[in-house]
Design a binder for this molecule. Structure first.
Ligand code: ZN
Length: 408
């Protein structure tokens, strides 16, 4: 009878002989099952380094592994693991089939924990569901990411995006690299400096960097310089989204100044109009369209700034470089003769970087995908407790946005 029970547990754990269940202690009051597992003393073991069969040197002290619960009973595997006496490698603790090296959990339990973490969206919640501490769950997450990074394939990475993002209430910055076609975060480092960008590139082996065709980024010297050094063959593409952002900011500067002048005369024409000028007419609601039409755009400075911004969007529609350049020259003349300083500044900024903006026509890539990751990362932050530590934050980002193979 007991023999049958032991055999039953051996099969449940997926143990292959000569690993055997030698006893099962059921504690009903504590709702806990302890399963004692042994490797027979007279049986040779495999050296974990060279896989050679060796005699047993001795046994480690008893260790415990948390396994999947059995009928709401916490299930613990206990064993004194033998050490191989390898002539070449010395005394080495043998690998156990139910758990990874240095883990306190069985493989099946870690697999469940990964699923729970994905579903729970926060370590705190996963810890509650699994009956573990925050640190324990975090370590399982860390191991899952390590496994995923070791298995990750990078040979198809051709087009990447690099961008900065603020982390922890905007006081600190991080630089993020994404695989645009693979729609995944490749890595993240602290700060947004040249040094940080260099670090980011150096995370990838030379042959991966050598395969990259294009990098989408903001018009940022640190990122530009770093890309020129580490991926000299790749085109730099200053993307649409950042340029639209600069144009919108310029329009807003014009609006703010004009609004201030109006308010001095008691004129409320531009009051609360900020969002109107950030939108394109096709995205406006009916009442917004009505208000926008009533604005006498032709005599407002903000109206002129807005037209300059809106007209620039045609640039992205060109297929031929020469036509786009011609368009740009006309637009540039108009913007720089607008007598609106913010528009002149942004036009000059774009002109300085025009070569790396024209590359968009060839690659058509943007960092738009970053926005999706941003909201995901935002929710990681919102749930964060232990993410004051950047390392933990990186692990959580790669776990949630890295498309890694996380299971043991
Ligand atoms: Zn060996």
């Amino acid at each position: 009878m007991t023999e049958d029970l032991h055999e039953h547990y051996r099969l449940l754990l997926g143990l292959v002989p000569p690993w055997a269940v030698v006893s099962v202690d059921l504690n009903v009051a504590a709702k806990r099952v302890d399963i004692n597992v042994e490797w027979p003393a007279n049986h040779q073991v495999e050296c974990p380094v060279c896989q050679k069969n060796c005699f047993i040197k001795d046994h480690r002290e008893e260790r415990k592994w948390r396994h999947l619960d059995t009928m709401q009973f916490q299930t613990i595997i206990k064993s004194r693991v033998p050490r191989a006496d390898c002539s070449e490698h010395g005394a080495k603790t043998v690998n156990v089939p139910w758990a990874g090296p240095n883990s306190r959990f069985t493989l099946l339990f870690e697999r469940l924990a990964v699923d729970v973490m994905i579903a729970a969206k926060s370590i705190k919640e996963a810890a509650r569901l699994l009956g573990l501490s925050w640190d324990q769950v975090h370590h399982i997450q860390e191991r899952a990411v390590e496994r995923g990074l070791a298995r990750r394939e990078m040979d198809k990475v051709k087009r990447v995006g690099i961008d900065e993002k603020s982390f922890l209430k905007g006081h600190k910055y991080a630089s993020l690299m994404v695989d645009i076609d693979g729609e995944r975060v490749l890595d993240v480092v602290q700060e947004r400096t040249l040094e940080a960008a260099n670090q980011l590139w150096q995370k990838f082996p030379e042959e991966v960097r050598g395969g990259i065709d294009a990098v989408a980024m903001d018009m940022w010297d640190a990122f530009i310089t770093s890309a020129k050094t580490h991926v000299p063959q790749a085109d730099i593409v200053h993307d649409k989204f950042h340029i639209s952002k600069y144009l919108n900011e310029a329009v807003d500067k014009v609006r703010r100044a004009e609004h201030k002048t109006f308010m001095k005369k008691g004129d409320e024409t531009l009051k609360g109009a900020k969002y109107l000028f950030l939108k394109s007419p096709e995205n406006m609601k009916d009442d917004e369209k009505g208000r926008f039409k009533a604005l006498r755009m032709d005599i407002l400075k903000t109206g002129r700034a807005w037209s300059i911004k809106e007209t620039f969007s045609e640039f992205w529609l060109y297929s031929y470089k020469a036509s786009a350049e011609k368009f740009f020259q006309r637009w540039y003349w108009w913007a720089t003769h607008s007598r609106l300083k913010p528009m002149i500044d942004v036009a000059k900024l774009i002109k300085r970087h025009l070569d790396n903006i024209l590359t968009y026509l060839k690659h058509q890539i943007t960092n738009a995908m970053m926005e999706g990751f941003n909201s995901k990362i935002q929710s990681i932050k919102a749930n964060a407790r232990g993410y004051r530590n950047f390392r933990n934050y990186r692990v959580a980002i790669l776990f949630n946005c890295g498309k890694l193979a996380l299971y043991p």
